[in-house]
Design a protein around this ligand. Sequence first.
Ligand SMILES: [Zn+2]
Ligand SMILES: [Zn+2]
Length: 386
Amino acid sequence: MNLTPEIVDLQGEFEKIRHQIHENPELGFDELCTAKLVAQKLKEFGYEVYEKIGKTGVVGVLKKGNSDKKIGLRADMDALPMQECTNLPYKSKKENIMHACGHDGHTASLLLAAKYLASQEFNGTLNLYFQPAEEGLGGAKAMIEDGLFEKFDSDYIFGWHNMPFGSDKKFYLKKGAMMASSDRYSIEVIGRGGHGSTPEKTKDPIYAASLLVVALQSIVSRNVDPQNSAVVSIGAFNAGHAFNIIPDNAIIKMSVRALDNETRKLTEEKIYKICKGIAQANDIEIQISKNVVAPVTMNNDEAVDFASKVAKELFGEENCEFNHRPLMASEDFGFFCEMKKCAYAFLENENDIYLHNSSYVFNDKLLARAASYYAKLALKYLNAAF
Ligand SMILES: [Zn+2]
Ligand SMILES: [Zn+2]
């Protein structure tokens, strides 16, 4: 590997910062101390700092020279609502809150890059986006709605996630969809309850909801092009409480994912059609509410070409995989991808345990790797023809 030597030398300092963030994890939109620490460090390094962008987000801006080129680098700051079960000396001090997705590492790596970049010459604007609430709460969307791109616009945005694939590669990137869209549907089947002995006097929501569970599976198996990808997973089915009472209603909660917008749209249309048909056939009411967790993390070709060059120089071509299979998990970064030319990469975390596990450990050696990646993207873009 050919990491930036000054960044490697600084890693120890930022490991301490990472551990400090890890010990004091905060949930989405509640990252008050983390945001304060980030803002304080950025100010120390000489950045203009803007706080409370998208509730608890922080933006650091550094302009040098007179070029109108501008690049965005993004990290997420939030932790998860779960109990940490590691024996780390810096394990979470908070009950039921843990950095089990490594966002402490993402934040620390961007701070490390920030310190190094402040000491470098470049021509243009560097925007560092520290976003809140990545874990399903829409922090990226909140920042965008708060005028992120009106105030701190970027030509390209780059982000990364630590990933314990357990492969011998160190860096993964691909053109097109890197991660899936994620939409959540709550479907309420509203019937009419009554005595279990007289179903004819009721409108049984359990029966209608059961038909729905089966019919919804036909979307992927019978409607989605087999060469495209989608997931329809029902995670909750709640109705009734007694042997002999037909309840008034039933509720289904489900997660729907796709790797392209056409398939995503198709799944939505079919959900509404199936619900309408089953409601009609059973003379029952069905109400649907949809919540967008994240759009497809759709990598831009130009951004990927550029980031691939940078990664090859840093990690060596033999350590990079540029055609990695997309994941059906989702990323809040997808909101940035909808607006800007973006590339989202994975760095191997060399860990047997997967993300969101109570024993997950982020490897500190990723700090210098990720910071070198961030820094090289910025300097190469702002200093050279691209
Ligand atoms: Zn996560
Ligand atoms: Zn994550």
